[in-house]
Design a protein around this ligand. Structure first.
Ligand code: SAH
Length: 372
């Protein structure tokens, strides 16, 4: 458990977090953003880390009610990058100056354990990049194999800590249970840096649910956090208005940019040393200033897209993603300019989270002490 999770700490107290999420007063909300910005500056500094996002496959075996990649979306044109294509994207990310490649996909059985292991090995051998995987729920053996191949980090959003809601919108595969939080602990024990997050404003999500999510970020002592507004996709049950859980309108969290920013800010207070990303979903909702606003209320990571442009539109988890097509404002160079204009610098190197570095140092010290 993180040091910050101590009794009476308002940053991790569910009741206080819920109150701050519900805050309607503009001045007090601006105060929250300023406080998160101060904590960000003090704990992780002025550097913004750039991670090169590579969407390696849009095949998916799941039926999530929120996601456009769901298996039932039959008219979606599916693609899976070859190892050489992934390596070309990774090299481009490294040449541009990213310290990390993030390989993301639907939950694709066609991405075999051996294939992913081989790709990770090649990226580690042929580039200086740290490798983050975000390939959904897989078995222990796969996670272990990829760790041994050199993978550094794993991103797996738990989407919502409300189990009843999660069961509805993320139907479990036969014989398995909702277990993303458990998987995150397993990944942590294997030595991965772990990242997670939730969608903000899911239908059926209450302020109390969302406050609980943020408190769990601290309990898990996350190294990385990524949260974004829920954006309805017309080819999904939630996009067509299905109601997963009936709750009152006053309890329903809105899926807007200002709520997403509050979640970034409260995540920074709950996990001062985590690497916190501004999501593409926030930038889709607020194309002109979403990235800037995120970086000014607690975030310190951007993930420009390095996927081959011919496939980008097909990675349609929600419609009109801001990094699709010729959107110049979202190119890596434009994001760098936008970052510098805020008076921030662009990080070099791997950009591990300070929390992770501290844990590693502690582990090494304990190992030394236990040596004869
Ligand atoms: N298959 C992987 C990666 C999924 S895409 C996995 O399940 O972990 C990454 C994230 O996009 C998801 O975790 C989810 O939080 C987010 N996402 C999916 N559909 C979305 C939607 N309609 N609106 C906003 N975010 C969405």
């Amino acid at each position: 458990m993180a040091l910050s999770v101590v009794l009476g700490n308002p940053a991790t107290d569910r009741h206080t977090i819920a109150q701050r999420l519900r805050e309607a007063d503009g001045e007090r909300t601006a105060g929250l953003f300023a406080e998160a910005d101060d904590v960000r500056r003090r704990e992780v500094g002025e550097c913004v880390h750039f991670r090169g996002l590579i969407e390696i496959s849009n095949h998916c075996r799941r039926s999530c009610w929120y996601c456009g990649l769901r298996v039932e979306h039959r008219i979606l044109h599916r693609y899976r990058l070859s190892a050489d294509e992934i390596l070309a994207c990774a090299r481009a990310a490294a040449a541009w100056g990213c310290g990390t490649a993030v390989l993301q996909s639907g939950e694709d059985s066609g991405l075999t354990s051996r294939f992913v292991g081989g790709v990770v090995e090649r990226i580690k051998a042929e580039t200086p990049l740290a490798v983050t995987l975000s390939l959904g729920e897989r078995c222990r053996r796969d996670f272990l194999r990829w760790k041994r191949a050199g993978a550094d980090r794993y991103l797996l959003r738990f989407e919502t800590s409300n189990n009843e809601l999660m069961r509805r919108i993320h139907p479990v595969r036969r014989g398995t249970a909702p277990r993303r939080i458990e998987l995150l602990r397993i990944l942590r024990d294997m030595g991965y840096e772990i990242g997670s997050g939730v969608m903000v404003g899911l239908p059926g999500q209450t302020y109390e649910d969302l406050a609980n999510d943020i408190a769990i970020f601290a309990e898990l002592d996350l190294d990385m956090i990524g949260c974004g507004p829920f954006l309805p996709h017309p080819a999904t049950p939630l996009g067509r208005g299905r109601v997963p859980l009936a709750i009152s309108l006053t309890d329903q969290v809105p899926a807007d940019a200002s709520m997403a920013l509050k979640v970034i800010a409260l995540s920074r207070l709950a996990c001062p040393q985590a690497n916190i990303a501004v999501s593409t979903a926030l930038s889709t909702l607020d194309p002109m200033a979403g990235r800037e606003r995120g970086l000014q209320c607690g975030a310190n990571v951007l993930m420009p897209n390095f996927s081959p442009s011919m496939h980008r539109a097909k990675y349609a988890i929600y419609p009109a993603k801001s990094d699709v097509g010729n959107n110049e404002r979202e190119s890596p160079d434009a994001l760098r300019q936008r970052t510098l204009r805020l008076g921030r610098s662009v990080g070099s190197g791997r950009g591990d989270s300070p929390a992770y570095r501290a844990r590693r140092a502690e582990r090494t010290a304990t190992m030394r002490e236990s040596l004869p």
